[in-house]
Design a binder for this molecule. Structure first.
Ligand code: ZN
Length: 141
């Protein structure tokens, strides 16, 4: 249970219960979604991109605390970033949760998801929104 306790730490549950970026963007320039059949997670991302910069990001969806908290943290983290900066964040996040590398300082609050790396069944939950972000920015659908 130690690993689960690490994973479901207070900060993550707080994010799940009180998301900061849940909602849609009527003037979104980029949208992308994804599903994780293994646990019923669904995430839809809305981005407003102006030139090279992500001016606003929101998400909707349903599913486990890990998937929804990860989407909320993502939306907050990419607001104000350029597209190359956001893609660099995707790489840093995946290095942490997929490869289990020590979190890069640039990840900030996203480090609360570091424990996911110890739970292979939850990696897809955590990366769902990030794969959607990559698809939205790179046009790979
Ligand atoms: Zn899940």
């Amino acid at each position: 249970m130690g690993v689960l306790e690490d994973l479901y730490q207070e900060a993550l549950l707080l994010r799940y219960k009180s998301p900061k970026r849940r909602g849609t963007l009527p003037d979104a320039t980029h949208t992308s979604g994804g599903k994780n059949p293994s646990c019923g997670d669904r995430v839809e991302l809305f981005l407003k991109v102006n030139g090279d910069r992500i001016e606003a990001a929101r998400f909707t969806g349903e599913g486990c605390a890990v998937s929804q908290a990860s989407a909320d943290l993502l939306a907050e983290a990419v607001e104000g970033k350029t597209i190359p900066e956001a893609l660099e964040l995707v790489r840093a996040f995946k290095a942490m949760v997929v490869e289990g590398k020590p979190p890069a300082p640039a990840l900030g609050d996203l480090q609360i998801l570091a424990g996911v790396a110890k739970l292979p069944s939850r990696v897809k939950c955590a990366t769902l929104a990030w794969n959607a972000l990559e698809s939205a920015l790179l046009g790979e659908r």
